[in-house]
Ligand binder design. Sequence first.
Ligand SMILES: Cc1cc2nc3c(=O)[nH]c(=O)nc-3n(C[C@H](O)[C@H](O)[C@H](O)COP(=O)(O)O)c2cc1C
Length: 211
Amino acid sequence: MKYYSKEDISELTSRFRAHFINSVTGYKSSNLIGTKSEEGTSNLAVFSSVTHLGSNPPLLGFVLRPTTVVRNTYDNLKKSGVFTVNHVNADIIKQAHQTSAKYDSNVSEFSETRLTEEYLNDFKAPFVKESSIKLGCVYQNEYFLEENQCIFVIANIEHIYLDESIQSEDGWLNLEEAGTVTASGLDAYAIPKILDRFSYAKPRKKAHSIK
Ligand SMILES: Cc1cc2nc3c(=O)[nH]c(=O)nc-3n(C[C@H](O)[C@H](O)[C@H](O)COP(=O)(O)O)c2cc1C
């Protein structure tokens, strides 16, 4: 088995290290974050760090790269207080990836990628029409990560839109049927397959399949 020590990792070129370390922790979520500037320009960017923080209250968080360069998503969500999280589906991976390009703040990634912006129930931030699962989020708090100068943003999930057919009776969402993709590293997108679901695990009782 190939082995990398701390020293080996520190000697890698920055591009190789970025690809390597970005994929070594496993598959990540893949979402498009939609925002709107004070001037009225919509913004869309792909993020692979959106993560569940808790279900009561329904919270999510995501990591923002250092604000040493302009970060439209961050600027917009700080000013407006809202943003949307839209699943990347298999049929929009190329457009989703393109949103990571550094467009000027007066350019909308929606028009550049031909993804469709939609406004639902008077929520101020744009949703992605093509996404099968969309969340309307309200900014709650942020933490500066002094180890790498990133920002961890925390938000409340206040609106959820999905196709009824992908939700099972107990609330669970079948992301395979939703066509939700997962991100690997910085530039790869994959479609996962559900192998099984299991009953609540307890000591001395074997979990059984509930699929
Ligand atoms: C697959 C993928 C995942 C990404 N995940 C993140 C992320 O979690 N956090 C982040 O700050 N940038 C992430 N980026 C980079 C942003 O998409 C990129 O910086 C984008 O230009 C930000 O747009 P904005 O300035 O309009 O906010 C990712 C890029 C790709 C291709």
